[in-house]
Write a protein that binds this ligand. Structure first.
Ligand code: NIG
Ligand code: FE
Length: 414
């Protein structure tokens, strides 16, 4: 079916079809067309241009009038843990009272607390709890999302999480990629025997996950107090042999060597990056790995902020994702992440829009399909509420600026 959006005040985020990411000074470039139209067929973008150049409209079976409002490419959220059971606001209060993330984790809170809750929750119930989160992020403009396992920490529970992710992908319009994160924390039963748990991941979990085709990527929480660089190396070695590309948690809590291990394994992305110095920037510059910053987690935990400005000024690309999870970032609102990119990381509106769309698409290996307005990509976009300029999007923080959300050209009904 041929469809068209007409009277677009400004069509934002236009790229060539083969553009895969924006880096360095290029992150400040955001191509737009004012007074524009956008056409798509079978969910794929066919054409866009100036309203003045639009020919015969009788060809289109569906016409959407944007009434002068702006159209943006849908957000791509390349790092979430949005399949989880229950919530952890009790720990939130502990944090307010002064306990650190690591102290909470050591007391059996944190990730292990979510693992316990998840163990007690059936697969169906886990699906039911996660589904509204998917609709919530779509209502705020997200058209594709990566979701990790990692609150299972046993073979059965990790598989349970990944099956829920698969079902969410099948039963909702959003594009989902799944990441196996068995190495998220060491479960209590393996306390003092971390290497046995790593062996379980490599010998049992990974083969089963791959056998069932449940994951696209593999992740390791490579950081102080969690998994070492040697363990990360072993897990990534095993996983890449089985065809899973790495995306890893690195340098959130210390200069952990995580960035370098990720780069050595040609990871799609290394994520968090609060502890990024010159050596890490040099390693990233020589790589094809997308540095991904998670402002929600740094904000929520009151941590230091990754040196985004320094990284971009050194010529690197930067992606921004939500890290939506119950412990360190209980929000999947990418508009808020874009605002944080500007306010906390001194990124420009153009940079945060690129960082939350095309660069996150690259970090999910789907930049050929989504992440910008380009011919041949999916028609994933939203018509924004009336706003004077695209800079208003990150400026007006905390408010939902999405009026109508489309994925593969279909209007999402909430
Ligand atoms: O990305 N850093 C590790 N994992 C998550 C936190 C998960 C949790 O606390 O439940 C993160 O912040
Ligand atoms: Fe995370």
């Amino acid at each position: 079916m041929k469809r068209i959006v007409i009277n677009i005040g400004e069509l934002v985020g236009i790229t060539d079809s083969d553009k895969r990411f924006a880096s360095g000074a290029d992150m400040q470039k955001l191509n737009t067309i004012s007074d524009a139209f956008l056409t798509y067929e079978n969910g794929i973008i066919v054409e866009f241009g100036k309203m003045a150049d639009l020919g015969n409209m009788s060809d289109y079976e569906e016409i959407t009038d944007a009434k002068g409002q702006m159209v943006f490419p849908a957000f791509v959220d390349s790092h979430t843990h949005l399949v989880y059971a229950g919530s952890r606001e009790i720990e939130y209060i502990d944090k307010i009272k002064g306990l650190s993330y690591e102290e909470i984790a050591k007391r059996g809170g944190g990730i292990l607390n979510s693992a316990k809750l998840l163990h007690e929750t059936s697969e169906d119930e886990l699906f039911e709890q996660s589904l509204p989160r998917i609709y919530s992020i779509m209502s705020m403009g997200t058209g594709a999302v990566e979701i990790k396992s990692g609150y299972g920490l046993t073979t059965n529970d990790e598989l349970k999480m990944l099956r829920v992710i698969r079902r969410l992908n099948a039963e909702t319009p959003i594009l989902i990629k799944a990441t196996f994160l068995g190495a998220h924390a060491v479960p209590a039963e393996f306390k003092g025997r971390q290497s046995d748990y790593v062996k379980l991941i490599i010998d049992e979990m990974l083969p089963k996950v791959v056998d069932e085709g449940l994951a696209d990527f593999v992740d390791v929480f490579c950081d102080k107090g969690f998994f070492t660089t040697d363990e990360t190396h072993d897990i990534l070695n095993a996983a890449t042999k089985l065809g899973l590309k790495p995306k890893i948690h690195a340098n959130e809590l210390d200069y952990s060597g995580g960035i370098e291990v990720g780069v050595a394994h040609n990871a799609l992305s290394v994520d968090h990056l609060e502890y990024t110095g010159n050596a890490e920037i040099m390693a990233l510059l020589k790589s094809e790995t997308m540095p991904t910053i998670l402002p929600g987690a740094a904000f929520f935990l009151g941590m230091k902020y990754a040196p985004a400005r320094k990284m971009i000024d050194a010529g690197l690309p930067v992606a921004l994702a939500s890290d939506f999870n119950p412990g360190s970032s209980p929000s999947g609102n990418m508009q808020l992440i874009a605002s944080m990119g500007c306010i906390l990381y001194k990124m420009l509106p153009e940079e945060v829009i690129n960082a939350t769309t095309i660069n996150t698409a690259y970090a999910m290996n789907i930049a050929d399909k989504v992440g910008s307005i380009a011919i041949g990509k999916q028609a994933d976009f939203y018509i924004a509420k009336p706003m004077p300029s695209y800079s208003y999007l990150p400026y007006s923080y905390g408010d939902n600026k999405v009026e109508r959300m489309f994925i593969k050209g279909e209007l999402i009904r909430f």
